[in-house]
Design a protein. Structure first.
Length: 150
């Protein structure tokens, strides 16, 4: 089993949106490294830390899990979406997505500043000023963050 952190701006898609929907595709990722993670490494049942980015303050707000493994991101084929990519086709998809399902909301947000100051999280990708929207997390890091949020 692998563990992940997925970033979303709360005014675009928040933990509360996911909670209402229960399950959602994680579409619109247009970074090759994040795409490769979703396409090649994310597996059914993998736990996810849900991170609110571009917020005041940014931080981890809850958890989700992968409920559908990688499949082509059809938003790349629609010229009316902001995620359109004319080089991606149904025959040769360039972009992929997974589906995630809501698991829990933390009783309080775990801010990025606190993550950076917490023992055991020194090597966590998000604390290294990474802009990557989908990133790996070690099990011990996942456990520490979940304990902080509950």
């Amino acid at each position: 089993m692998n563990y992940w952190l997925m970033k979303s701006e709360p005014d675009a898609f928040s933990i509360w949106d996911l909670k209402k929907m229960k399950r959602s595709p994680w579409d619109g990722v247009r970074n090759y490294q994040a795409r490769n993670i979703m396409r090649d490494k994310m597996k059914l049942g993998d736990p996810v830390l849900f991170y609110h980015s571009n917020a005041k303050p940014p931080g981890v707000i809850g958890t989700a899990k992968v409920v559908k493994e990688s499949y082509p991101d059809h938003t790349a084929w629609d010229p009316d979406t902001k995620y359109y990519d004319p080089k991606s086709t149904e025959e040769n998809p360039r972009w992929f997505m997974v589906d995630i399902e809501y698991v829990s909301e933390f009783s309080e947000l775990v801010p990025l500043d606190v993550l950076r100051e917490t023992k055991g999280l020194e090597e966590m990708v998000v604390t290294q000023r990474s802009r990557l929207s989908v990133q790996p997390v070690r099990k011990k890091e996942f456990d520490i963050v979940c304990k902080m949020g509950k």
